[in-house]
Unconditional design. Structure first.
Length: 159
């Protein structure tokens, strides 16, 4: 018979694995979007503010990186998880921007990278605020902070 502690350990390991997978999927989606040659970008994206797209896609990436690192390194303080999230998200932005140099019709833009990093930073600020708010309001809640944050975000968008 498997002990309760071992079941909990197995569940956490599965959660960490899924968090890694979802984070990698987001990175692959970003790289796939960067792989489209400049003259083949769908018209709908030419009508949207490019800088806003950079900020939003990296904010989503920041949320997933933070969640993964928080599960993986749960004993680390929040500020270390936040710093690691920022540096990893910014590094992915640098790699993405440099990768675009290899794609016909695309180019590297320093300001795109700044907005990629800003998106990650906005996600970190939002998550830190919500985690502190949730932990001060709901001591003893059985839901994980990540799912509480998602519920809060969805609730705020519906208002």
């Amino acid at each position: 018979m498997i002990s309760k502690a071992k079941k909990c350990f197995i569940k956490v390991k599965k959660d960490v694995a899924w968090s890694r997978i979802f984070t990698l999927i987001i990175v692959m989606i970003i790289i796939a979007g960067s792989s489209v040659p400049g003259n083949n970008i769908p018209r709908i994206f030419t009508l949207t503010p490019d800088k806003l797209i950079h900020c939003l896609e990296y904010a989503v990436l920041g949320i997933f990186i933070f969640h993964w690192l928080r599960l993986e390194y749960h004993s680390y303080p929040l500020y270390k998880i936040s710093l690691a999230t920022f540096f990893l998200g910014s590094l992915i932005g640098v790699i993405d921007e440099n990768y675009q140099r290899l794609i016909p019709g695309r180019y590297t833009d320093f300001w795109d990278w700044v907005l990629d990093s800003s998106g990650v930073l906005l996600a970190i600020i939002m998550i830190n605020y919500l985690v502190k708010k949730i932990s001060s309001n709901k001591k003893g809640s059985s839901q994980s902070p990540f799912f509480q944050i998602i519920i809060l975000i969805l609730f705020n968008f519906c208002l």
